[in-house]
Design a protein around this ligand. Structure first.
Ligand code: NAD
Length: 494
């Protein structure tokens, strides 16, 4: 651990502060770090505003150069930062590395984007006039992130915000400040190579909701990108709206897979197991509901139970482990309580027993629960590896069940039937932000826009045109004629 902290330049910063950081691997305290004083928040925001005034005038492709350098530094630090993600968030080694790769990928994407912040030209109804749309930098962007993607979510936002001309103030989860501090050191190396970026362009603030609140309520922070629970979004969203700020909300999911009679079950089983138990069920896109045609339900259940029985649960650093610990004991208690509730609502629970793993960590066997219907507990997101299985008769019924939950993040169907696949993707199909065919609901690539509807908050981040969320759209009309005609034929002669 000491070597890892040294390699990431954290040695000085990990002792003496009031915020204790525990590793979910064994519950041990691995650091105690400084927190931001709420009284300092106005100065932090003022620094970001000052940085904005300079950064917005730097040409976007030059801004992209900073993000290119960040991508290079992340490549060099990938092994160490990935290992720290494992230590602090409990992800298995390959998922820790995957998270850093996602940061690198979004940097590459944003570098290209820095030369593609396109606007439209629009035909004017008036002679000698030209209309166009210009995308301008917006101002400081707050990034409030969750524990389960402790660094990738920051990179999704920061890479885009920086090329769009916006400074960034990052408030990571209070459960994972170390990976954030390490990412800032990596960014600082890129800033040093870049040379002339304004001071305060990217700032880190550490602490709980109170620190986030200062960003949420400040009119000098026009964009608040907040990732976390729907409970958090219900507090943050209205506060940002009250001051007419822009919120990008990435909240809880309750993701489903429909398995149709024609599905390739070998593929479906692989997809189900990865998306239901990967990251120990702690992804926003984790598969939580399996809606299976009655004709194949028993066969699929049998195969899943066999696969679940052999899943290696334990130390996420050990080669071969597929399911690491939950983030903390509270999370394990919530999973056990949800399983009790599922039993009370008629569920047949398989798995879900606590496991020793590494002493001190919250290890548990993933659970599969056969449910008689989509009851109350199934409609809630329990952030743990519980997969509820329900049967269906007609595709319409399956799609109705898929949509009949408050959340709307990710969804998928396994079918070899073209009509079923297209119906699922149609206007009357899945109501989620992400809808896939013959691939699980989790493990998104950065090229697409990421986010979901309803209680998931409606935000979009990452690829496609999500960059527009970080810019201000300006409509320009230029009159190059010698007269001043009014639109809609209005006369105003004097
Ligand atoms: P959480 O809501 O407890 O915390 C998330 C962040 O919000 C933390 O940084 C926290 O300090 C901050 N926060 C909490 N209350 C706040 C307030 N009142 N004002 C300002 N900031 C506040 O979530 P968590 O337990 O860290 O993460 C798990 C949740 O995140 C799950 O529901 C998961 O589905 C969701 N999530 C969603 C996405 C997505 O892209 N949709 C991605 C990752 C995680």
């Amino acid at each position: 651990m000491t070597e890892l902290f040294d390699a990431l330049g954290l040695t000085e910063a990990v002792t003496g502060g009031p915020l204790a950081v525990h590793s979910p691997i064994d519950g041990a305290r691995i650091a105690s770090v400084a927190v931001t004083d709420p009284a300092d928040m106005p100065a932090v925001i003022a620094r970001a505003q000052a940085a904005f005034r300079l950064w917005r005038e730097v040409p976007a492709p030059r801004r992209g150069e900073l993000v290119r350098l960040l991508g290079e530094e992340l490549r060099a630090a990938k092994a160490d930062l990935g290992a720290l993600v494992t230590l602090e968030a409990g992800k298995i080694a390959s998922e820790g590395l995957g998270e850093v790769q996602e940061m690198i990928d979004i940097c590459d994407f944003a570098v290209g984007l820095s030369r593609q912040l396109y606007g439209l030209t629009i035909a004017s109804e008036r002679p000698g006039h030209r209309m166009m749309e210009t995308w301008q930098p917006m101002g400081p962007c707050a990034v409030i992130s969750a524990f389960n993607f402790p660094v990738a979510v920051w990179a999704w936002n920061a890479a885009l915000a920086l090329v769009c001309g916006d400074p960034v103030i990052w408030k990571p989860s209070e459960k994972t400040p170390l990976t954030a501090m390490a990412s800032m050191r990596i960014l600082n190396r890129a800033l040093a190579r870049f040379g002339d970026a304004p001071e305060g362009l990217v700032q880190l603030v550490v602490g709980g909701p109170q620190i986030g609140e200062a960003l949420v309520t400040s009119a000098d922070v026009p964009i608040v990108s907040a990732t976390g629970s729907t409970r958090m979004g219900r507090i943050v969203g209205p506060k940002v709206a009250e001051r007419f700020g822009r919120a990008i909300l990435e909240l809880g999911g309750n993701n489903a897979m429909i398995v149709a009679p024609s599905a390739d079950l070998d593929m479906a089983v692989r997809a189900i197991v990865f998306s239901a138990v990967g990251t120990a069920g702690q992804r926003c896109t984790t598969l939580r509901r399996l809606i299976v045609h009655h004709s194949i339900r028993d066969e699929l259940m049998g195969r899943l139970l066999r696969a679940y029985a052999s899943l290696p649960v334990g130390d996420p650093r050990a080669p071969g482990t597929l399911v690491g610990p939950l983030i903390d004991e509270g999370s394990r208690s919530r999973m056990l309580a949800a399983l009790d509730r599922a039993r009370a609502e008629g569920g047949e629970v398989h798995g879900g027993a606590p496991v020793e793993g590494v002493p001190g960590g919250a290890y548990i066997r993933p659970a599969i629960v056969l449910m008689p219907a989509q009851t109350g507990v199934v409609r809630e997101e329990t952030f743990a590896p519980i997969l509820y299985v329900m049967g269906y008769d007609t595709l319409d019924q399956a799609i109705a069940m898929q949509n009949d939950v408050p959340q709307g993040l990710s969804s998928c169907i396994f079918t070899l039937n073209l009509r079923e696949a297209e119906a699922f993707l149609s206007a009357a199909g899945s109501d989620c932000g992400i809808a896939n065919v013959n691939i699980g609901p989790s493990g998104a690539e950065i090229g697409g826009a990421f986010g979901g509807e309803k209680d998931t908050g409606g935000g979009r981040e990452s690829g496609s045109d999500a960059w527009r969320g970080y810019m201000r759209r300006q409509t320009n009309t230029v009159n190059w004629s010698a007269s001043l005609p009014l639109a809609q034929g209005v006369r105003f002669d004097f």
